[in-house]
Design a protein around this ligand. Structure first.
Ligand SMILES: *[C@@H]1O[C@H](CO)[C@@H](O)[C@H](O)[C@H]1NC(C)=O
Ligand SMILES: *[C@@H]1O[C@H](CO)[C@@H](O)[C@H](O)[C@H]1NC(C)=O
Ligand SMILES: *[C@@H]1O[C@H](CO)[C@@H](O)[C@H](O)[C@H]1NC(C)=O
Ligand SMILES: *[C@@H]1O[C@H](CO)[C@@H](O)[C@H](O)[C@H]1NC(C)=O
Ligand SMILES: *[C@@H]1O[C@H](CO)[C@@H](O)[C@H](O)[C@H]1NC(C)=O
Ligand SMILES: *[C@@H]1O[C@H](CO)[C@@H](O)[C@H](O)[C@H]1NC(C)=O
Ligand SMILES: *[C@@H]1O[C@H](CO)[C@@H](O)[C@H](O)[C@H]1NC(C)=O
Length: 381
């Protein structure tokens, strides 16, 4: 007969194992948000950054976990952090938009965000929600399935966040204030970025490029986040298709495409299989802008995918979409459909009580300002 103490001990071990294997965890982090000087595009620039990194730290949680983040504001500006896309069930006060769900965190002060990640899996992100600080104060928030549960697609070999951003050779707060004061559109960005790097199509940037090394035959989950302020972006990889499996932390029917379109704030998870001749291939992002006559940053950011063991060669470049390629954008967005067999899928209501026709004006087209014409108050007159 087993000794009772040994038996109790074994039970305790089993309990411990099962609770750590299947129950939710509390994940706790600290963000120190402060000035950070980096060099980009031939100059040095003071930016606001979390823990001195651009993009900021990637946060990893599992569905059902509780996330606790202590934010220390060491900037000369007010600050708040928004957890973009998080449902915030019974925790609306932790959502972050300044003057909507909280007062700003004043310089020199701190604030603790605490909320649960429930009913969502995939890629979201966090960003400053005061002024234009989100240009550099942002990072990925990755929600994996609970322990013991799997993705509704084959497990990828590696997972890689791809943060698309927008860079100014200026203090973004000054750029915004200049626009607000003059009434003109604020300056366009000087570059787009992939994981904080502009890539080699910009001046002084031949070594400021994000590189991803891949193994032939392996499948990678790219978690693409559009952290740019103003522009939708096309994202392509030379010679490779991508399989979209989720957007905004909701699973989609697998959709194979050679181009991803992603709006600011949105995320797109794709499976990339390294199934081409071992070599180097560019990934590239350029803007989608459908309004004619409005100035925008029309540059292209690049990164490089290098196959392990490939001979050094100049990378192949994908054929870029035209800036106004609305048919491609329409096709991409209308082809994405929810994975009804996946976890957390909720059927949309089928009965419509009220039909509404809604138009939205951006006031981007000059309307012939004469004298003190109050109806012509938008940017660009
Ligand atoms: C940020 O930096 C602080 C201070 O070095 C450190 O304690 C903390 O763990 C870092 N946070 C993250 C999310 O890396
Ligand atoms: C941080 O940067 C801002 C903008 O460049 C500047 O006004 C401020 O003095 C800097 N603060 C510190 C502590 O360096
Ligand atoms: C968050 O999760 C914890 C642990 O499961 C639970 O105790 C708490 O009630 C949850 N909070 C909310 C607001 O749902
Ligand atoms: C905006 O662009 C103009 C023209 O290049 C430049 O003179 C000005 O300094 C820029 N503003 C800021 C805030 O960088
Ligand atoms: C980008 O815009 C500038 C200024 O309008 C123009 O000179 C240039 O040809 C454009 N570049 C591309 C790739 O369209
Ligand atoms: C994708 O979109 C195109 C154009 O909108 C349509 O013809 C095609 O049937 C769609 N494909 C799928 C798989 O939904
Ligand atoms: C003011 O602008 C509107 C819109 O363009 C135009 O219809 C109207 O005639 C303008 N009024 C004057 C006094 O110029």
């Amino acid at each position: 007969m087993a000794h009772p103490q040994v038996f109790l001990f074994a039970c305790a071990i089993a309990l411990l194992a099962s609770s750590s294997m299947f129950s939710a965890e509390v994940i706790e982090h600290s963000f120190h948000v402060q000035n950070h000087t980096i060099s980009r595009l031939c100059g040095r620039q003071v930016i606001s950054a979390v823990n001195g990194s651009l993009p900021g730290p990637t946060l990893h949680v599992r569905e059902g976990d509780t996330l606790v983040v202590h934010v220390f504001n060491k900037l000369p500006y007010d600050l708040s952090i928004h957890w973009h896309g998080v449902f915030q069930l019974l925790s609306g006060w932790a959502d972050g938009p300044e003057f909507a769900t909280q007062c700003a965190i004043r310089p020199g002060n701190s604030y603790t965000y605490r909320f649960n990640l429930t009913g969502q899996e995939g890629t979201l992100w966090w960003h400053a929600h005061v002024s234009w600080l989100r240009a550099t104060v942002h990072g990925a928030l990755i929600i994996r399935p609970k322990r013991g549960r799997t993705y509704p697609f084959p497990k990828p070999y590696r997972e890689v966040p791809i943060l698309l951003g927008e860079w100014w050779n200026a203090n973004v707060v000054d750029v915004e204030n200049e626009g607000l004061t003059s009434g003109a559109a604020p300056n366009n960005s000087n570059a787009y970025t992939i994981n904080g790097q502009p890539g080699d199509l910009y001046p002084c940037s031949s070594n400021k490029i994000y590189k991803l090394i891949v193994k032939q035959g392996k499948t990678y989950l790219l978690r693409i986040i559009n952290a740019a302020l103003n522009n939708q972006l096309f994202f392509k990889i030379a010679n490779h298709n991508m399989k979209v499996v989720a957007v905004d932390a909701a699973y989609t029917n697998p959709y194979i495409t050679d181009v991803v379109v992603v709006a600011p704030g949105q995320t797109t998870d794709v499976l990339l299989t390294a199934n081409q001749v071992p070599a180097s291939y560019y990934m590239a992002a350029n803007p989608y802008v459908s309004v004619a006559g409005v100035p925008f940053d029309n540059t292209t950011t690049t990164g490089i995918i290098v196959y392990e063991g490939a001979k050094l060669s100049s990378p192949k470049m994908p054929i870029l979409q035209a800036f106004n390629d609305t048919p491609t954008t329409h096709k991409f967005f209308t082809n994405l459909t929810g994975l009804v067999t996946g976890p957390f899928w909720v059927p949309p209501p089928r009965q419509v009580d009220e039909h509404m026709f809604i138009t939205i004006g951006l006031g981007l087209i000059a309307c012939g300002k004469t004298g003190n014409n109050a109806t012509c108050g938008g940017p660009n007159g």
